[in-house]
Design a protein around this ligand. Structure first.
Ligand code: HEM
Ligand code: HEM
Length: 196
């Protein structure tokens, strides 16, 4: 008697993600909002007058507190990113669009790591303690104006490069949405099942 075909249980089922998982989606949009606010706050507060005493410092402390929270979210995102798979690029492998998108994403991650780090370390070399929502954090280093100004340069430079990268990223998304119409935006949406 012919044997009934049995499912081959040894063959692994390969499922390719077709969109980013929900943790990545939440982190992407939360950080996009938070980082845009933080960039605006940083540029605005830098122009504030030093009088009356305390006014400028209060905005600086808010910037530092939000920046530290964003830094933790960024570490979480980086950890998640390296331990989870992401969908294959919509751009054909080897094309300049594929190479440029990889480069832009990596450079954005590098800036996202360096901005809070340089802000935190720079503030630790200043004469003022970081007040995390009013709570003074312990100082790591003795005040050092040279280190403070070096790290301020790094902070400003990475923030400037980051703004240019975000503008490029935004332009690329619009190109995909309006010109290529390849459903790119849906890959970073809450959506439903994440696998084929
Ligand atoms: C501060 C603002 C933003 C940052 C830092 C940011 C960062 C990133 C990064 C790093 C990725 C790559 C994800 C990965 O593969 O790990 C990504 C993907 C994506 N972003 Fe943003 N983003 C920002 C704003 C936006 C905005 C405003 C839009 C839409 C208008 C957008 C739409 C997307 C989409 C659709 C993807 C998925 C791309 C793909 O499927 O290959 N992003 N974003
Ligand atoms: C992702 C997080 C952050 C972003 C996007 C960001 C962005 C910025 C921007 C755009 C400026 C104005 C730069 C300029 O024109 O000089 C600035 C200034 C500043 N930021 Fe941040 N920042 C972040 C995190 C932090 C953190 C965590 C701290 C400290 C704990 C911090 C401390 C400062 C200080 C003290 C300044 C004044 C200029 C200086 O002394 O460096 N930032 N930030």
């Amino acid at each position: 008697m012919a044997q009934e075909a049995q499912p081959d249980t040894d063959t692994p089922v390969i499922s390719t993600p077709v969109q980013y998982d929900r943790m990545m989606v939440v982190l992407h949009w939360l950080l996009a909002l938070g980082l845009i606010y933080q960039l605006g706050l940083g540029l605005w507060m830098d122009e504030l007058p030093k009088e009356p005493v305390g006014y400028r410092a209060q905005w600086f402390n808010l910037h530092k507190s939000i920046g530290l929270c964003l830094g933790l979210l960024i570490l979480w995102r980086l950890g998640w990113r390296v331990t989870h798979s992401v969908p294959v690029s919509v751009n054909a492998s080897g094309t300049w669009q594929h190479k440029l998108s990889l480069l832009t994403h990596r450079a954005m991650y590098a800036c996202m790591f360096l901005m809070p780090l340089s802000g935190f370390l720079g503030s630790n070399f200043s004469q003022y303690p970081i007040k995390f929502f009013g709570w003074a954090l312990p100082k790591w280093f003795a005040p050092d104006p040279d280190m403070k100004s070096l790290l301020s340069e790094v902070h400003e430079l990475t923030a400037t490069v980051f703004m240019a990268l975000v503008a490029l990223h935004f332009a690329a998304v619009l190109w995909h949405v309006w010109v290529k119409r390849d459903g790119l935006l849906r890959r970073m949406a809450w959506g439903r099942a994440n696998h084929d």
